[in-house]
Design a protein. Structure first.
Length: 203
C-alpha cells in the first residue's frame, strides 16, 4: 500500500519485517530488521559504507548513534550528504534513503545512551573508534581500565564524544522483490513545499 508519507510507509514495512524476523530475534544482539547500511563520503566524493543500528525513526528522519570521532562522523561533519539501505530478506523488501545528516541534541543522545545495556557503556568509553591500534590487546586493556574506573558506580556518564545523528530524507525508494524480477519500485521525492512526489520506477 502506498501512503503520502514515506516515513509512515517505512514504519509499516519495518513492523511487517519484524514479525517475519520474530522467531530468531533472541539469537542476535541487533535484530536484522534494525540493521542499515550507512554510506557517507568525503568532500572529494570518496564513499565508504558500513552497517549501523537504527535507534529511532519518526517524522523527522532516521537516528543512529556512534562515536563522534569515528570515520563516519568525521565524514558527515565535512559532508552531510548520506544514504541508507535497509534489506529484509525474510519479506524480500528493501528501502533506500538519501538525505542529509545532522547531530541530534545532547538531551536526545542521552535518552538513547540510557537505553543501552551497561556493557555497551564501557565499550563506548574504551574504544577509540576507527583509529589504528598498537595491537589487538589494546582495546581489552582500555576496557579493563574503564571497568575499574566505573566499578561501583550506578550510572555511567555518556562521553562527550558519543551521540546520535539524524538522517533527514529527501528521497526514499521502496523496493518489493518479485520472482519474475519485475520488481515493484516506488520513489518519493521531497518537494520544496515539504510535500512528497511519488513515482513508480521501472525495475
Amino acid at each position: 500500500m502506498t501512503t503520502l508519507n514515506p516515513l509512515s510507509q517505512f514504519t509499516e514495512w519495518l513492523e511487517h519485517a519484524k514479525l517475519a524476523e520474530a522467531p530468531r530475534r533472541d539469537l542476535v544482539t541487533v535484530p536484522d530488521t534494525e540493521a542499515m547500511t550507512l554510506c557517507t563520503s568525503t568532500p572529494q566524493g570518496v564513499p565508504s559504507a558500513r552497517l549501523v543500528a537504527l535507534k529511532a525513526v519518526d517524522t523527522r528522519g532516521f537516528v543512529f548513534c556512534t562515536n563522534y570521532k569515528s570515520r563516519k562522523s568525521l565524514e558527515l561533519d565535512a559532508n552531510p550528504h548520506a544514504a541508507l539501505v535497509f534489506y529484509w530478506s525474510g519479506v524480500h523488501r528493501s528501502v533506500r534513503v538519501v538525505g542529509k545528516a545532522h547531530r541530534i541534541s545532547r538531551a536526545e543522545s542521552e535518552e538513547h545512551w540510557r537505553a543501552r545495556p551497561r556493557e555497551t557503556y564501557l565499550g563506548a568509553w574504551a574504544s577509540p573508534q576507527s583509529r589504528v591500534l598498537g595491537d589487538a590487546g589494546e582495546v581489552l586493556q582500555r576496557l579493563e581500565n574503564v571497568s575499574a574506573h566505573f566499578e561501583g558506580m550506578e550510572e555511567v556518564q555518556m562521553p562527550e564524544f558519543w551521540g546520535g545523528w539524524r538522517v533527514v530524507p529527501d528521497e526514499m525508494e521502496f523496493w518489493s522483490g518479485k520472482a519474475s524480477r519485475l520488481h515493484d519500485r516506488q520513489r518519493y521525492l521531497r518537494q520544496e513545499n515539504g510535500e512528497w512526489k511519488v513515482d513508480c520506477l521501472a525495475p
